[in-house]
Ligand binder design. Structure first.
Ligand code: FES
Length: 167
């Protein structure tokens, strides 16, 4: 196992990893199944996994870039595009799905003119389907940043979105 200092970027990368991330990689890269953990930590750090970060991970871990992208693209959880400033998470857990979660996603995309996985041109909004967020009694549920909205109807979406758009 390389010493902590030895895993620092040898150059060529266009992204700085904070020391905590470097330390995490150094700790995890020798363990089985480490790539998923490392990718989670990287996404937690940047909000997504930018290409330079994936390239740097390949250098730091010795894992081929193609394999890293294989995992990133297999799991929908991982993002390769920077999310919007306001991430609208629409719950598609069973309760929310049965109460129209998918309709909320489609309506929010219509309102914002977004394709799946897209970000608005002003960088403000992106929409993510998510699993149960733990308040099924309020289904269907969406979250925007740290705010949670329950029993949401399609009619309420313009007002919720406007609240963030207008600061
Ligand atoms: S299914 Fe949506 S909060 Fe549980």
């Amino acid at each position: 196992m390389a010493a902590l200092g030895a895993v620092k970027d040898a150059g060529g990368g266009k992204i700085d990893f904070p020391p905590e991330l470097i330390a995490f990689i150094d700790e995890w890269k020798v363990k089985p199944g480490s790539l998923i953990m490392i990718l989670h930590k990287t996404q937690e750090t940047f909000g997504y996994i930018p290409r330079p970060a994936a390239e740097k991970l390949a250098r730091l871990t010795g894992i081929p870039l193609a394999r890293i992208y294989g995992v990133i693209t297999f799991y929908h959880f991982f993002k390769t595009v920077k999310p919007g400033k306001f991430r609208i998470s629409v719950c598609l857990g069973t309760a929310c799905y049965l109460k129209g979660g998918q309709d909320l996603i489609e309506e929010a995309r219509n309102i914002l003119g977004l394709a799946e996985g897209g970000v608005t041109a002003d960088g403000l909004f992106s929409i993510d389907p998510v699993r149960c967020v733990g308040c099924c009694g309020l289904a269907p549920v969406i979250t925007v940043g740290t705010a949670t909205y329950g029993k949401v109807t399609k009619d309420q979406l313009p007002e919720i979105i406007a609240k963030y758009k207008n600061g």
